[in-house]
Design a protein around this ligand. Sequence first.
Ligand code: 4AD
Ligand code: MG
Length: 469
Amino acid sequence: MDAGTKTWRHDRPRIREILRLESSPGRISVEGWVRTVRHGKGVAFLAVNDGSCLASLQVVIDAAAPAGATLPQVGTGACVRVRGRMVASPGTGQRWELAADELEVLGPVDETYPLQKKRHGPEFLREIAHLRPRTNLFGAVFRVRSRLAFAVHRFFQERGFLYVHTPIITANDCEGAGEMFRVTTLDPFHPPGAAGQAAWGEDFFGEKTGLTVSGQLEGELFAMAFADIYTFGPTFRAENSNTSRHAAEFWMIEPEMAFADLAADCALAEEFFRYLVKVALQECAEELAFFEEYVASGLTARLEAVAAAVFERMTYGEAIEQLQRSGRTFAFPVQWGSDLQSEHERFLTEHVVKGPLFVTDYPVELKAFYMRLNDDGQTVAAMDLLVPRVGEIIGGSQREERLEVLERRMRACGLVPESLRWYLDTRRWGSCPHAGFGLGFERFLMYVTGVENIRDVIPFPRTPGNARF
Ligand code: 4AD
Ligand code: MG
């Protein structure tokens, strides 16, 4: 804890580091939020947490000492600064404790503070999403989220991928599913143009725009210049599906590789997925132990197995056969040509292969216009990665690099090729085989933490009817 140049308080001791020290640092000052207050014989014990780790620092205050006079103002949730000496803790459960002789209340609380009890259910905590980062569960979730976000960049940067910021406001609906949120400055009460006729030409951008559903199309343009690229940004979908796996705003990682086919795409996805799982195991052990105990028992063993596993591959046709042969009755019956529902995906990954599974080569009718048509003329070079408990976690494909085939596919999907002229230009000039995929960051976090609702792995969930905090 060398003071160095004091431009910001980088010398502020963090509880994470303090608790790991081999010898006492002597006198220190710590700031944090009080998790619990316990009164013993002539002393009070404060558990102070600063978010740097799951564990709180035990602070012992002599009730009769001057610092003790401040104790009546200190309740659960208060923000405090304490000073004193780090001493070996006689109690069990911690190596060090802070024998404090100074106690300052930076932010008092009262009894209406909602996080009084030690444990609350996720539903209640979702109602107070602005305070839930102060709980053990959400502290752990968001530390893992931060670490893995950084690991995403490390993975691609170490492999020479260029990071590109694709636009958030866009005029194209990449997935063509019509799930875009509109972006407009037109007055909704007095729109220009004749009644019932939208005058998008008079809107801010001079055309109909919305929030991006994927950065892929712009990512492809960059792949045609930098070969290997990735995006990592917010993505928006106005699908009104109130499920535990869908959010209206989520973060997606989308790599795109020139000179790559579907097999290379799957190989990258597998390496990336395993890398992130290993990072979680190595760098978030404390958090995983917490999830193991309170959220999903068996989690660590499952992650360790995946970190060492070779992912299975199966074509869509084989998947349909497996489902038909299973003897199960599904809510949605299966036949060649029908979309795989989440019950089917979970059956395949949880019961058939019992691990991660790539399903490839879907019927052309089921997939977006940009996927490369296979030689059979009926399927496209698509892949979905399915994992137990979550279902689809990655969607990707080799892209259609042949201009005429792509234009034909667009028309078949009801798109006017001219509307994506800029995209088609890459096929016109210097086109090349290329492939990519999208990993839903929150779905990955659900997988790695065992948390079952997407609303609990994103700081401020946006779902139908909810954008308050
Ligand atoms: O399968 P999707 O729709 O694929 C794409 O968007 C492609 N453009 C990706 C690419 O090839 N570059 O979405 C990719 C992933 C899904 O597998 C899922 O993990 C996640 O994004 N995802 C969602 N996550 C949370 N909430 C939603 N509403 C999601 N929709 C998709
Ligand atoms: Mg998909």
